[in-house]
Design a protein around this ligand. Sequence first.
Ligand code: UDP
Ligand code: UDP
Length: 487
Amino acid sequence: MQSPAALGIGGDASPHVMFIPSAGMGHLLPFFRVIAALANHDGVDISVVTVLPTVSAAEADHLAGLFAAFPAVRRVDLHLLPFDDASEFSGHDPFVLRWEALRRSVHLLRPLIAGAPRVSAVVTDVTLASHVIPIAREIRVPCHVLFVSCVTMLSLLAYVPVHLAGDKKAELGPGVGAGDVDIPGVRRIPQSCLPPPLLDLSSLFAKQFVDNGRAITSADGILVNTFEALEPAALAALRDGKVVPGFPPVYAVGPLKPHTSSSPATDDTNKPVGSGSPAAWLDEQPPRSVVYVAFGNRSAVGRDQLREIAAGLEASGCRFLWVLKTTTVDRDDAAELADVLGGGFLERVRQGRRGLVTKAWVDQEALLRHPSVGLFLSHGGWNSVTEAAAAGVPLLAWPRIGDQRVNAAVAASGGAGVWMERWSWDGDGEGRLVSGEEIGRRVKEVMSDAAVRARAARTGEAAAMAVAEGGTSYRSMQAFISKLKAT
Ligand code: UDP
Ligand code: UDP
């Protein structure tokens, strides 16, 4: 751990930073990681706004774990107001709905900030930016944003309002999409790779996205869980004002380190099928022989597709560790693995000892660092991409929703793995299943591709250099802390 002096902390100033995360583990975990990085240094006082109730059990468990691990971190509860219009949005992604509920409750923050010891800076999740930045400005507290996706997504967020303002269409009404977005100095993002709700600019997500995109240019700074070698052009373009002139400072501080080594306990209903715990099972496998398969915490892969994945993993002949979720929210996930995958598959997994399937929460970041893991079949959630990059494990990226196609493109160009561009994603409709045969073939092919493996190893080395003392991410974090101290 770096010394406080090395990080530019010392003297009398003791900044008090209030973190305002939103919902979803993909948003909470990077917050926890930044909080841990700051909490491990004397002289930084921290409060964390805890939004209640949580959407998922994983969020509740991890919030409890954070406050247990860092007793000096102050917990500030924010009880959401009832969301009266929720029925108007029935069928919406529960996390996007939660972002909206939070945005509508955000005025409750003002008394929370005023009631805490003098807050010297706020760090908000991007999903709340357009509501939190004006409040912070009003009470004269600097406001930073922690952006939980890649810098390329950040440039898209910043540029979409400019892109739409220049659109010749008379009316950007329902059903009208953003079209291809050519981000100056970054890359052209075809409409097919945009988060799908941007294909209907009247959608709730699109409205939030455009509002936050406009607001983010007036933030005091933006922290991103990325590193220079992964997306150098996008970082340079944002910093040079090519995307939006006068863009705030961007602190690339990744890959963020885990905030605690422990993970919540596995209950019996989620006992892995195979043998032993994931880590113990990996200990028994040869080096680089296992495909780790996981689609994040909130991507529900359809049952038919899950069965094709099962067939593909068997056909690949590779060992596999599969962390399987069947619902968007973990609390709804009551499915039995045998019903989902078929008893025959599970029996063969058990007997052949070639695989392990679990519905439990696992410590993914630690598992990816296990020497037995040779490939990560992933949805390409940004945290997963950075964890794989840090571990030097190649990704076989199969985007499903949201920012994942953009992330997959960045991962592939940054040397972190391979992007299955033609594999279907949510919303492609029936009949667009990727067959077990195709999955098996590609897994086997990429698993044995020495060039892919060597590139991922180099990306892992670049990630380690970035966070080591004197590295680019280390210095960015140092600059951020110095700025906090100066306010
Ligand atoms: N994760 C984990 N164990 C699980 C499921 C998820 O540690 O059983 C972590 C994973 O390592 C990552 C985060 O949850 O840090 C998921 O974020 P990501 O951006 O990859 O995907 P999302 O869930 O937002 O789609
Ligand atoms: N996002 C954003 N502004 C918003 C809402 C979302 O920049 O107002 C970004 C955010 O980084 C998120 C991405 O868009 O990661 C895609 O959102 P998605 O619905 O896939 O959620 P996530 O996977 O982050 O949970």
